[in-house]
Design a protein around this ligand. Sequence first.
Ligand SMILES: NC(=O)c1ccc[n+]([C@@H]2O[C@H](COP(=O)([O-])OP(=O)(O)OC[C@H]3O[C@@H](n4cnc5c(N)ncnc54)[C@H](O)[C@@H]3O)[C@@H](O)[C@H]2O)c1
Ligand SMILES: N[C@@H](CCO)C(=O)O
Ligand code: NA
Length: 447
Amino acid sequence: MSQDSDKHELKIGICGLGTVGGGTFNLLRSKHAELTRRVGMNLNITHVATRNPADSLKNSGVKVSTDVFAVANDPGVDLVVELIGGFEPALELVLKAIENGKHVVTANKALIAVHGNEIFAAARKKGVVVAYESAVAGGIPIIKALREGLAANSIQWLAGIINGTSNYILTEMGENNRDFPDVLKEAQAKGYAEADPTFDIEGIDAAHKLAILAANAFGTGLDFDRVYTEGISHITTSDIAYAEELGYRIKHLGISRITEQGIELRVHPTLISDQTLIANVNGVMNAVVVKGDSSGSTLYYGAGAGAEATASSVVADVIDIARSNRESCQQALIPPLAFDKLQGEMRILDIEEIESGYYLRIPAKDEVGVMAGISQVLTDYGINIEAVIQKEPGYDESEPNIVPVVILTAPTVEKNMNVAIKAIEEMSEVAGKVTRIRVEHFDGENE
Ligand SMILES: NC(=O)c1ccc[n+]([C@@H]2O[C@H](COP(=O)([O-])OP(=O)(O)OC[C@H]3O[C@@H](n4cnc5c(N)ncnc54)[C@H](O)[C@@H]3O)[C@@H](O)[C@H]2O)c1
Ligand SMILES: N[C@@H](CCO)C(=O)O
Ligand code: NA
């Protein structure tokens, strides 16, 4: 850490100068004078590590390495900003920085969700901070809101659009009827997607972020392995159109809720009423609704990805650390997670135990009595039908002999719905797999 002589300077090392690293470098440099005035401390980039150093770095006065460990081992660095992404060498790098007594700021949700328990234990031992605001919902200060703004609440549930790439794809499919691969390519070109875009479209990135949100909201450990994870790759433009006909939008949501039975941790496409605020969050924007027992429901909205928005959160973490250094706080302003002691073992519910409404799209054959048969199966399992759409044969051009039947059900336990779906698929009048999308109504979301 800094010597007394330079305690008014925070020496920053940045590892990785891609989308977020480049944005962070530019933000810290372009706002240097203003940030110094606000924080009362020089936020100086002293060392960067990048694979292919740009010529413009040569005369920048910043030390440049190609090896990220040169930054973690540099005595002229107080704080390491990890923006290389992935697990290796990011984990080793972060642990090395901590071992060397340096604070860490990272945007790497995969790393925090999967290895956070180990990283925070090491940081606690060394008395350094590991901050990760930029890892969840890009530019939205959601970690700060949970940790500070809502600190007096018991959180009852949270739900969010927390993957910008998926939201961008669903929005473009719905509004402009565009093809999935085409929109994904565009999201990649804009720097929104992960290095491996299956993380975005299969829900893994959202599951990383949900694990981090839930740990902050409910004081649990990081339980990424227990997050039920489903992506958007099976959603069709027809599903989006049918949902709209019924007054709903399809959004990829991360949901965590405390129930009497345990805690829900799940990410999946979800039908939500088009009258809710969150249903109208489009493009790369993210939004998180948090229901506190005192605050009621609160909504946080902003850009979920992109160089500048994400850099805003990286630099906010740098500023928090600078302030806690400057004020010689006894305790770091940013604790490892929201709670010093984790809540006792809280049972994480299996997806089969969760109750929700369902949207079912059933590929029926054009035969007499098919609708009566489907209704009978649902009645047999005690599942109420709330709405039905039945189209004429050939409505869906890709399946000319099929009569699509779309049903919205009242809430039921998933285990019950699984057996009902199996029974429907076994009907001779049904031609294939049933598409199922969960439906949610959040109490108080629009208050
Ligand atoms: N792009 C976003 O909008 C966004 C938003 C929030 C969080 N994140 C997270 O931020 C991190 C960085 O994402 P990005 O979009 O900036 O990725 P990126 O691919 O644009 O940048 C990563 C950079 O790190 C460099 N790098 C990787 N390994 C290295 C190594 N061993 N040594 C030196 N350089 C190395 C790469 O060459 C690249 O320039 C990831 O963890 C990502 O999940 C990204
Ligand atoms: N790939 C992520 C980046 C922001 O975390 C997304 O699309 O949301
Ligand atoms: Na954030």
